[in-house]
Write a protein that binds this ligand. Structure first.
Ligand SMILES: [Zn+2]
Ligand SMILES: [Zn+2]
Length: 325
């Protein structure tokens, strides 16, 4: 099969031919139809998030069909989604308390397990999701991380009615639609001067869109930072009303600059969101077709995965990018 291989931080993905992997007990072989690109892939390539055992096939928003099954629960021909959470021990203190996203032994797709930037991949059947009917493969792929991490972040916002979204990429363009469906207002912050991004945010349902250097027209009841820029955290904090939370959704961020305690005072809160649980996936994939969430995607053939990642870095597309092997 053809695959794009990560070898070491700082070097581009390399197109290779590899044997088609064989599913072990409990696993399925998946023919990859689409694999979403995520900013986490950039952090991996840049070495900001470590890959313990390279080489590795990246990609953790996989949509495909089961070609061979060593698991009783998944039949050949089933369409499945394979997310970032690829395996947990199921028995630690976190797994047994509904927090498998924090499992210290968790293995992640496209980091610890070969992912979807290839024609085939294998996955543990217990961590695969059924993909809602009516979603073409390419439109479904971004639901699996951008959608899921956005949904988990939204849960951390509680009942907030006015929500700031800092960084309007794949995750925010999905979440803005979910929020509109739930009659919550979103306030989208893009790079200063990004008129195209701001117009796109309004199209996706944002009540207001502006640059991250602008204050929102209302005090926010919550904010989610979907950018890797730590300087946005105190900026978001200053836009919050008392008691409100800033949720940091990135796996890696630049350092957060010091800020006055007064800006945190009055029970404001800064927290992160890490990974996903299978419950997040089940809930969000049931919700997405009700909204219904429409993803805006730019597709790239497998060999151009590196270009997709650089376009993501440079903000050259709106919405999400998807690799089609
Ligand atoms: Zn991701
Ligand atoms: Zn565990």
């Amino acid at each position: 099969m053809r695959a794009m291989l990560f070898e070491r931080p700082g070097s581009p993905l390399r197109a290779v031919e590899r044997p088609i992997p064989r599913p072990a007990q409990g696993q399925v072989l998946v023919r990859v139809h689409a694999c979403g690109v995520c900013r986490t892939d950039l952090h991996l390539i840049d070495g900001e998030v470590q890959i313990a055992r390279p080489p590795r096939v990246l990609g953790h928003q996989i949509v495909g069909t089961v070609q061979a099954s060593e698991a009783p629960t998944l039949q050949v021909g089933a369409r499945v989604g394979v997310p970032w959470l690829g395996w947990t021990d199921g028995e630690c203190h976190f797994c047994t308390s509904g927090r498998e996203n924090l499992c210290p032994n968790a293995r992640f797709t496209g980091r610890d397990i070969d992912g979807g930037m290839a024609e085939y991949t294998v996955a543990d059947a217990r961590f695969c999701f059924p993909i809602p009917e009516g979603y073409p493969d390419e439109q479904a792929a971004p639901l699996l991380c951008a959608g899921l991490i956005g949904y988990r972040s939204l849960r951390m916002c509680g009942d907030a009615r006015t929500i700031g979204l800092y960084g309007f990429g794949a995750a925010a363009h999905i979440l803005a639609q979910v929020c509109r469906f739930q009659t919550r207002e979103t306030y989208a912050f893009t790079r200063p001067g990004d008129a195209r991004g701001q117009a796109f945010a309004r199209e996706m349902g944002a009540a207001w869109a502006g640059g991250s250097d602008q204050p929102p027209p209302v005090q926010l009841e919550a904010a989610i930072v979907f950018a890797a820029d730590g300087s946005l955290v105190p900026v978001a904090l200053r836009a919050l009303e008392p008691g409100a939370t800033v949720v940091c959704a990135e796996i890696h961020m630049s350092d957060i600059p010091a800020f006055a305690y007064d800006e945190l005072w009055m029970e404001r809160c800064v927290r992160s969101v890490a990974n996903l649980t299978r419950r997040d996936g089940e809930e969000f994939l049931a919700l997405a077709p009700q909204v219904p969430v429409h993803t805006t995607v730019t597709s790239y053939p497998l060999e151009r995965a590196g270009e997709a990642l650089e376009d993501l870095r440079a903000g050259r597309f709106t919405g999400a990018a998807v690799i089609v092997p």
